[in-house]
Design a protein. Structure first.
Length: 289
């Protein structure tokens, strides 16, 4: 059991170190990373396409990298915006990792890019564990997913710098309770901003772009309580500085190959039954620039 935990901690520590280097390298060239997390079907591709199109029309140099287990459908959609887009196929891996991301950016990312939007794999468990060197982490949830989504996925929502509600044009039809959703977000991540958007109706157009540009230009970014607590535990345990102090979630596999997820605080070195995924970038099956 301890060997599994030690391996997982080593994998996550390696990712954090890679993320720190990636963040510094991108910052030195004037590029900020926006990491978008959500469940499948939340509408983040549609919303991102609108934001990229708006950036292109304003002459703002942005790029996007989208990750999926299979198909290049999202990259094709995002490329309609006119900005550089790259697809990464993970061939079953449920998240992106910093080393993997760095490998795909090398030789592809245009030198003048101000914002790089990362559309992470559709999943609110695994991606929450991995820092990608982002300046801004945004979690999206559609009005169809239920007001208790933040309570079900505390790490994803608890480490967000911004929470986005999508598909608000159908909020009334699905009886979405905005007040309850906001209250649940506040319980998990006090003080984080929640914004409403609709790719179809146009509500919130430009909000993600504006928030990302502000963060890139040095505007204060919300610091989640979960991040602050992780910093304090790290410092108390080993006296070493840490980049983000993300909460990590483990993955256990049953005999049928199904994945089960159990959350734990990586900062607290809590024991977990899960198995860590490898960080070797060879796990990416293919990509197309």
């Amino acid at each position: 059991m301890c060997r599994v935990v030690d391996l997982q901690q080593a994998v996550l520590a390696k990712n954090d170190a890679c993320a720190h280097t990636l963040r510094e390298d991108l910052a030195a060239r004037g590029t900020a990373v926006v990491n978008l997390l959500s469940s499948p079907g939340s509408g983040k591709t549609a919303l991102l396409e609108r934001e990229l199109t708006l950036a292109h029309s304003r002459g703002i140099p942005v790029a996007a990298l989208t990750a999926d287990l299979a198909t290049e459908n999202d990259a094709v959609r995002l490329a309609r915006s006119g900005v550089p887009v790259k697809q990464v196929l993970t061939d079953g891996l449920c998240h992106l990792e910093a080393e993997m991301l760095g490998g795909h950016l090398h030789g592809w990312l245009p030198a003048d890019t101000r914002l790089l939007f990362i559309e992470n794999v559709g999943n609110l468990v695994c991606p929450a564990s991995y820092d990608l060197g982002e300046t801004l982490r945004i979690v999206l949830a559609s009005v169809t997913e239920g007001e208790d989504k933040p309570l079900k996925y505390p790490a994803a929502f608890g480490l967000a710098h911004l929470v986005v509600v999508t598909k608000t044009d159908i909020a009334e039809a699905v009886s979405f309770d905005e007040k309850e959703f906001r209250a649940n977000v506040e319980r998990i991540n006090p003080g984080v901003e929640v914004v409403l958007t609709s790719a179809r109706g146009g509500e919130g157009d430009g909000l993600l772009l504006d928030r990302a540009l502000a963060a890139r230009d040095g505007a204060p970014v919300h610091i989640p309580v979960m991040t602050r607590k992780s910093h304090h535990v790290h410092d108390a345990e080993d006296g070493q500085p840490h980049d983000e102090g993300h909460t990590h979630e483990g993955h256990a596999h049953d005999d049928e190959g199904h994945t089960h997820h159990g959350e734990h605080a990586h900062a607290a070195r809590a024991q977990d039954r899960g198995h860590a995924h490898p960080t070797d970038s060879d796990t990416v099956a293919s990509s197309r620039s």
